[in-house]
Design a protein around this ligand. Structure first.
Ligand code: GTP
Ligand code: MG
Length: 199
């Protein structure tokens, strides 16, 4: 799969609308999930080599589910960030419910990338996302983003700690360092996403 061929397809305010816009729940979907400001949109831009997703210094920038098409059958999905402090609690809870519904019920979901800032990974909601995906037998790639913020040894120490904390999930969860700024992990991630794209 050539990820550089990604094109914007649709935006949906919630899962119900996603089902309406993309009827049938068919093909292959790979979702990017993570806390607000974790670097989801930046990662999509690095991987597609395009300014395809809007990034921002202000957390909570991506408030819609943005769907990008790779080809006729395959899609990448930029999910809104969770855990953003400024969002009213009721809206936060609605979003968590909606994300759970997507992770647990979407049949075409073939892989979930959970992005976490390498300096503070595995918050409660990150664990929840990973658990939902594993429960649905969907492979997970935990990406430790902004790896450029740490030196090589601190970075590997964190990667190993997170691998250990997720080791009870066995083969279902991979952990890799990543930096959209420096391109760290790009080749490895593209290889994993490509393997998820196989029918
Ligand atoms: P929401 O859409 O709000 O959920 O955020 P997001 O997860 O899409 O994050 P986004 O890609 O917009 O990036 C948030 C901020 O982190 C921006 O200021 C980016 O420039 C910065 N950032 C993203 N990736 C990296 C990285 O690899 N290294 C560094 N140093 N900064 C990064
Ligand atoms: Mg975003």
């Amino acid at each position: 799969i050539d990820f550089r061929k990604a094109e914007f397809l649709i935006s949906a305010p919630d899962i119900a609308h996603l089902n309406e816009y993309l009827p049938g729940d068919v093909g292959v979907e790979i979702a990017f999930a993570g806390r607000s400001n974790a670097g989801k949109s930046s990662a999509l831009n690095l991987l597609t080599e395009q300014k395809i997703a809007r990034t921002s210094k202000t957390p909570g920038r991506t408030q819609l589910i943005n769907v990008f098409r790779l080809d006729k059958h395959r899609r990448l999905v930029d999910l809104p960030g969770y855990g953003f402090a400024q969002v009213p609690l009721a809206l936060k809870l609605k979003w968590q419910e909606s994300l759970g519904e997507y992770l647990l019920k979407r049949d075409c979901l073939s892989g979930v990338v959970v992005l976490m800032d390498i300096r503070h990974p595995l918050k409660d909601l990150d664990m929840q996302m990973i658990e939902w995906a594993v429960e649905s037998h969907i492979p997970v790639l935990a990406l430790l983003t902004k790896a450029d913020k740490l030196g090589q040894s601190a970075r590997m120490k964190m990667v190993n700690e997170v691998r250990k904390k997720l080791s009870h999930f066995e083969d279902g969860v991979k952990v890799e360092p990543f930096s959209s700024l420096k391109g760290i992990g790009k080749g490895k991630v593209l290889g994993i996403l490509d393997s998820w794209c196989k029918p």
